[in-house]
Design a protein around this ligand. Structure first.
Ligand code: ZN
Length: 236
């Protein structure tokens, strides 16, 4: 199963921009700790502990030492809003990001861009994760090569964390068997027995069985399985 902490990062979606309006009906003390950030053109709402726990940048920004609030009470951060989405996700839950796609592999451009942001915001653990490419250990790709007799059904089975390549020029073969309407396995190779059975047991004389031909071939299969080491993404 790919429902893992890491894999949730794989398919990047762009959530709706956080609504900058403060939720109503909150206790005043809690409402006071809410912070609205204007990052580039996107607004994010979170609380001050989330921002300051791991980031000296935000400790300084929210220290009250400077008169740096905008008129509406929010703070402007000169950064890319889409990248900041990943920064905030890390600050909120301490999950280190893995941007991996089964086909394209790791998204190194995104790692590079995020590394600059981690440095800008002074988030050391995230910076180390990205700079030392620790995310590589979070995704393992296992290859196995095998010889396999395949038919069309094999090709249509899709496992989300497995890709298969069928390498050799296929050697075709066909196999025929009798499709028994009585579900008696021995009839698969004995059309005559099946027809006799029909005459003896079915109310109508003619058997409804039919001959089925399956095409198969021998191929060398390169199987690639992706394994996610979720625990490595937890910031402990
Ligand atoms: Zn039969």
């Amino acid at each position: 199963m790919l429902m893992s902490i890491c894999s949730r990062w794989i398919h990047r979606t762009r959530p709706n921009a956080d609504n900058g309006d403060r939720p109503t009906g909150l206790a005043p003390r809690f409402a006071d700790s809410l912070i609205t950030l204007l990052v580039g053109e996107r607004r994010f709402t979170t609380n001050s502990e989330t921002l300051t726990e791991r980031s000296p940048f935000f400790s300084a920004l929210l220290s009250g030492r400077w008169d740096n609030k905008l008129q509406d009470g929010s703070y402007f951060v000169d950064a890319d809003g889409d990248l900041f989405e990943h920064i905030l996700r890390y600050l909120r839950r301490g999950l280190l990001p893995v941007f991996y796609d089964n086909v394209k592999g790791h998204d190194y451009n995104l790692y590079m861009a995020l590394l600059q942001e981690a440095k800008y915001f002074g988030i050391l653990r995230l910076e180390k994760w990205l700079e030392n490419k620790e995310y590589l250990k979070a995704v393992e790709v296992h290859h196995t090569v095998s010889k396999q007799n395949c038919n069309a059904d094999d090709l249509s089975i899709i496992e989300s964390n497995v890709t298969k390549e069928y390498l050799s020029a296929p050697l075709w073969s066909t196999q025929s068997y009798w499709h028994c309407p009585h579900d008696i396995p021995e009839h698969a190779k004995r059309q005559r027995a099946c027809q006799d059975y029909s005459l003896a047991h079915d109310h109508h004389n003619a058997t409804t069985g039919r001959k089925v031909t399956v095409v198969s071939w021998d191929a060398t299969v390169l199987r690639k399985e992706t394994v996610f080491n979720d625990h490595l993404c937890l910031d402990r």
